[in-house]
Design a protein around this ligand. Structure first.
Ligand code: C2E
Ligand code: MG
Ligand code: MG
Ligand code: MG
Length: 282
């Protein structure tokens, strides 16, 4: 049974709440086993340089290949992993898969940068930079081929510690981006405090920038802000050609979105790239 509370949000009651709780517990147990069995996989979404039209990198997005439920998306299991303290393990697995894939592509002459997402709790872990360095060395990937994306949530924890971890990663030569920029609670404080290279504007401001004047104003000023800070501006959530045209006009550096390609398994991404830019592949 579900009823609506005063905000119109469906709230589970009684037996339904118990069911939901049980379901979460089952999913969590299955996630633990899934991590042991290597059920996580990555899909890759191209990032295109607006100036050259070339795909220079990809964002790695985690998926869970559940034995019965099929492909499970991150919004279902990441909050559980975070809550259960499994985020450290999960991130190390994702990094390992991403770096192995990056190595494989380099061996085929495909020099793609791979962007990996970090969670807020990852940046509270001072052993992270060491693990990243190990992974890079183990797979023979240069630090410049790895980008890490962090969200503004990290400032809600121990900001000093997060800044230290980020500074260490950056000193290694790993490039850092602020993800979902503009949706956090203190965007400017974030930019002021953190050692980051790229600004990734949230898709909420990007997707309708070709038709909505307020989105357009936000995108234009953010490009300027990024450039004035010596950062690159990445737009996510580009869903049509008109938005891409505006972003090009306003000087956005990189774009990502369904208009180019949805996230897809590594082999399909390579096929997509071969069709689009044969020159990048030997
Ligand atoms: P994100 O890092 O902001 O990633 C972008 C999300 O937007 C992805 O959803 C992607 O599939 C989706 N997207 C891309 N282009 C478009 C578009 O044109 N339109 C729309 N409407 N959506 C688009 P996904 O893969 O479901 O990931 C959701 C979030 O989960 C990510 O948001 C990220 O915060 C988190 N996440 C994904 N993989 C990882 C991971 O390995 N580690 C961590 N810590 N977080 C991850
Ligand atoms: Mg991201
Ligand atoms: Mg994002
Ligand atoms: Mg997001």
């Amino acid at each position: 049974l579900a009823k609506n509370d005063h905000r119109g949000v469906a709230v589970a009651t009684g037996a339904a709440a118990d069911d939901a709780g049980r379901q979460r517990l089952t999913t969590l147990e299955e996630l633990r086993t899934g991590l042991d069995r290597g059920e996580l996989t990555l899909h890759y979404q191209p990032q295109m340089e607006v100036g050259t039209g070339e795909t220079t990198g990809v964002e790695a997005l985690v998926r869970w290949e559940h034995p019965r439920r099929g492909l499970v998306f991150p919004d279902v299991f990441l909050p559980l992993a975070e809550h259960a303290g499994l985020m450290g393990r999960l991130t190390l697995q994702v990094l390992d898969i991403a770096l192995a894939q990056c190595r494989e592509w380099r061996d085929e002459g495909l020099y793609l940068v791979v962007a990996v997402n970090l969670s807020a709790s990852n940046l509270q872990d001072t052993s992270l930079p060491g693990h990243v360095a190990d992974g890079l060395a183990r797979h023979g990937v240069p630090p410049g081929a790895l980008h890490l994306e962090v969200t503004e949530e990290i400032l809600m924890r121990d900001a000093a510690r997060a800044t230290e971890v980020l500074a260490e990663l950056r000193a290694m030569g790993v490039r850092l981006a602020v993800d979902d920029y503009g949706t956090g609670y203190s965007s400017l404080a974030y930019l002021h405090a953190l050692p980051v290279d790229d600004l990734k504007l949230d898709r909420a401001f990007v997707t309708h920038c070709d038709t909505d004047p307020r989105s357009a104003a936000i995108v234009k000023s953010t490009v300027e802000l990024a450039h004035n800070l010596g950062m690159r501006m990445i737009a996510e959530g580009v869903e049509n050609e008109a938005a891409l045209d505006r972003l090009r006009e306003w000087g956005c550096d990189l774009v990502q979105g369904y208009h180019l390609s949805r996230p897809q398994p590594a082999d399909r991404l390579v096929t997509w790239l071969r069709e689009r830019q044969p020159s990048t592949l030997a």
